[in-house]
Design a protein around this ligand. Structure first.
Ligand code: 5RP
Length: 267
């Protein structure tokens, strides 16, 4: 029997979604799934909150929704802390008052997308290039809600064909990229400087470069690998967000699934 898609259908942490033997009657695009996850996360937003505003094609739906609720008078007294200049522009365009971490060192709630999520809610982020500000802001948040479509769920982060991003200073970037490759050699690493649309090095909002680390093997102990990367002079930050997410909202063809950190069985 085909299952109809119901965006309000929410499974609990431990419930797995059964894959129907026939396709669902309503196929949603990846962007529609992202929007559903984003809207569900905005349900956590209350008037008076300081909010970390994420970056990317999923987070932009949350920013748009917060702006809409402010305009409708359903939310008030919100302060947004944007994780990129792009999000800053969007948030201003939809009427969200903005501030920064200096003025608001404690954030009530951050909402952002991710590139990969593992069963323990560890993340890879930064394929959009905003990993440093995202890690600073989301790390300062009492609650960090991650919004993804189901394609982002993986068994092990960093082990997919997509890269683990590392932000590095531009000074002698080849030297740092080579040191990174050496540290990650055991995982079959190819390190590539990220290029922008103009074919030049992609430059982050912080004036840095990004090296994308393509790994053939799963990383072992993520904390050990994280420490090894961060110890390298020239490295600013990497895209592994370990033990940071409080909740992950996953939108799939069969509905929305919410996973909480304390019931993931890992923490
Ligand atoms: O980390 C990020 C940007 O630095 C994004 O959150 C991540 O790349 C997911 O993006 P999208 O929602 O477009 O799939």
């Amino acid at each position: 029997m085909a299952l109809a898609y119901d965006p309000l259908f929410i499974t609990s942490d431990k419930t797995s979604i059964d894959v129907p033997s026939t396709p669902p009657s309503m196929i949603l695009t990846q962007d529609e799934l992202k929007r559903i996850a984003a809207y569900k996360a905005v349900d956590f937003v209350k008037s008076g909150m300081v909010l970390g505003l994420g970056t990317g094609s999923t987070a932009k739906h949350a920013v748009a929704r917060i702006g809409e609720l402010l305009r409708q008078g359903k939310l008030s007294n919100i302060v947004g802390i944007p994780t990129s200049t792009k999000t800053q522009e969007q948030a201003l365009s939809v009427g969200i008052p903005l501030s920064d971490l200096d003025a608001h060192p404690v954030i009530d709630l951050s909402i952002d997308g991710a590139d990969e999520v593992d069963p323990c809610l560890n993340l890879v982020k930064g394929r959009g290039g905003s990993l440093l500000r995202e890690k600073m802001i989301e790390g300062a948040s009492k609650k960090f809600v991650v919004i993804v479509d189901e394609s982002k769920m993986v068994k092990h982060i960093g082990g997919s064909k997509l890269a683990l991003p590392v932000e590095i200073v531009p000074f002698c970037w080849k030297f740092t990229a080579e040191k990174l490759r050496e540290v990650m050699e055991g995982y079959g690493c190819v390190a590539k400087l990220r290029l922008g649309e103009n074919g030049e090095a992609f430059v982050t909002d912080n004036g840095n470069y990004i090296v994308d680390m393509y790994l053939e093997k799963d990383m072992g102990d993520l904390r050990v690998v994280s420490d090894e990367i961060l110890r390298l002079p020239g490295v600013v930050e990497h895209g592994m967000f370990l033990d940071m997410a409080s909740t992950v909202i996953i939108a799939g063809e069969l509905g929305v699934k919410i996973k909480n950190k304390h019931s993931s069985g890992c923490c």
